[in-house]
Design a protein around this ligand. Structure first.
Ligand SMILES: C/C=C(/N=C/c1c(COP(=O)(O)O)cnc(C)c1O)C(=O)O
Length: 400
């Protein structure tokens, strides 16, 4: 049962646990069954035809949809305050399915200058190859966005906070200004760093939200998945064009089940990640070996006020630079013992990586300079371990 449909809206954590699933329909099973099937039998030839024609509801084939996946999609749409959601095999599957569905040769998009490395690569080595124009701007400055809009602009795309440098954008202001110019332009926000537990871009005027569900939504470093959330019509188009035919980036039923398991503790985990990250950020900021610390929860952070306004918590991601630059950063990383040197983020385990040579190595050094990914930056995904254990590992690295 979608609890929220009966009473006044249930709490976020209640909906994260229950929304979209009714055990009465599944022999009382407390948790959603995993439909490990590639295809579904029809009662008759006519029923099969009716389902393909969209005249009758019901499953057809697991690339077009699967009951376990559908429960997850209902839940994600509920949590992000969208009409519908599409779960995909990866975050890049979600982003590419959206781009390929919504764009055609000759179209123009505006994107923030700093994007996750593979999103940047999708634009540079994918969209551009098919005649799509891109303007990279600093989306923290709304005037730069509106100045870049033209009659061919179809999408405005950004992450907030940004991976890896934690710049924050004013989602409401951007959405208002872009839609004032042309209400047909879709504002797409990558909400991976926050999750709906912290920030709901659709409530701030955005048209679509994308996620790497690999990260906080799954929350346990044990899957790769993605999601797009938005209005029913657009999600339907992305499902039946970008997903079904163009990317085939279909989510596995087992993965959908694991994400629903992760969602049950999402609010709890984001609270703990945020609480610990703030303590670590404050200590880093005060440490003599640290040049600069980026964390929107620090009162001294340039994005502190805006983050306070549009994010309920400050999240578990932070980044910093050491006074000795890149070499010191690498030496720091190589001294870590409990903290893992690994890309990805949002796991119970604290992870540390070097964007310039890892997640953002798709940018050339010149591009990194222009797009705001500095060579010495170290990124931390603060996990759920004890804060003193995390700090002890970090401090050991800093003493090096
Ligand atoms: C190794 C991966 C990292 N990130 C990924 C990512 C994706 C892409 O998501 P899949 O990896 O395709 O699920 C989309 N959007 C954002 C803001 C991301 O950070 C990483 O940064 O460490």
């Amino acid at each position: 049962k979608n609890i929220s449909s009966k009473a006044p809206k249930a709490a976020f954590s209640t909906r994260a646990i229950h929304s979209g699933y009714d055990s009465d329909t599944e022999n009382g099973a407390l948790t959603p069954p995993i439909y490990m099937t590639s295809t579904f039998a029809f009662d008759s030839a006519e029923q099969g035809g009716a389902r393909f024609a969209g005249e009758e509801e019901g499953p057809i084939y697991s690339r077009l949809g699967n009951p376990t996946q559908s429960i997850l999609e209902t839940r994600l749409a509920d949590l992000e305050e969208g009409e519908a959601a599409l779960a995909t095999a990866s975050g890049m599957g979600a982003i590419s399915a959206a781009f390929w569905t919504l764009l055609a040769a000759g179209d123009h998009i505006v994107a923030d200058k700093t994007l996750y490395g593979c999103t940047f690569a999708l634009i540079e080595h994918g969209l551009k190859k098919f005649g799509i124009e891109v303007s990279y701007v600093d989306c923290c400055n709304v005037e730069e966005i509106t100045a870049a809009l033209n009659e061919n602009t179809k999408l405005v795309y950004f992450e907030s906070p940004v991976n890896p440098n934690l710049r924050v954008m004013d989602i409401q202001k951007i959405s208002d200004e872009v839609h004032r110019f042309n209400s047909e332009i879709k504002v797409i926000v990558d909400n991976t760093y926050c999750t709906p537990a912290i920030q709901q871009p659709l409530m701030l005027g955005a048209d679509l939200v994308v996620h790497s569900a690999t990260k906080y939504l799954g929350g346990h470093g044990d899957l790769i998945a993605g999601a797009v959330v938005g209005d029913a019509e657009t999600i339907q188009r992305i499902r039946f064009e970008g997903l079904k035919d163009m990317t085939g980036a279909v989510i596995a039923p087992m993965t959908a089940f694991l994400i629903m398991r992760g969602l049950k503790t999402l609010e709890l985990r984001m609270q703990r990640h945020s609480e610990t990250a703030l303590i670590i950020a404050e200590r880093l900021q005060q440490h003599p070996a640290v040049e600069v610390t980026y964390y929107p929860g620090l009162p001294t952070d340039p994005y502190y006020d805006l983050a306070k306004q549009q994010m309920s918590l400050s999240g578990g991601m932070l980044a910093f630079e050491l006074k000795g630059g890149l070499e010191a950063g690498k030496s720091f990383m190589n001294k870590l013992q409990m903290i893992k040197r690994a890309v990805s983020l949002g796991d119970a385990e604290t992870l540390c990586q070097h964007p310039a040579s890892m997640t953002h190595s798709t940018y050339t050094p010149e591009q990194r300079l222009a797009h705001g990914v500095s060579e010495g930056l170290v990124r931390l995904s603060i996990g759920l371990e004890g804060v003193e254990d995390i700090w002890q590992d970090i401090e050991r690295g800093l003493l090096a």
